[in-house]
Design a protein around this ligand. Sequence first.
Ligand code: FEO
Length: 170
Amino acid sequence: MLDEKVVKLLNQQVNKELYSAYLYLDFSNFYYDQGLDGFGNWYKVQAQEERDHAMLMIQYLQNNGERAVLEAIDKPSVPTDSAKAVLAEGLKHERYVTSLIHDLYDAAHSVKDFRTMQFLDWFVKEQGEEENNADSLVKKFELFGDDPKSLYMLDNELGARAYTPPSLTL
Ligand code: FEO
């Protein structure tokens, strides 16, 4: 049986991951609208990954005899002033999600819930990668975003990102 607080935080994380998917889907919409289809593709794939994260949390709750409780998802808040501002928001959001995963890990650790800690290990690593990716996008845009030819090539590069299912299976 899982600890009550751990269950509450896992449920909360389902909502946060679905919000992340919603947010990145709107990032994607923003970039397609700007004609930056590669950026649009990159964030569409990211939205799919975030949905997967929520599904893994739900599956984990189910595997432990808990019913996931789905709450309302907030309207995404996307900065529309510039393509660069959206990327910066993405990095800020990933850092926030990392802090939530760490809080969850901390709650599991405090009640010696080793099973949940082991489950969360994948998310800790994943967040490291996602922060890195978001940071790299910001840096690349700072380097190449002001030059149309370079931006075109960067957009092409991001257009090649393809969805792959998560490496974690439960
Ligand atoms: Fe699932 Fe990027 O947080």
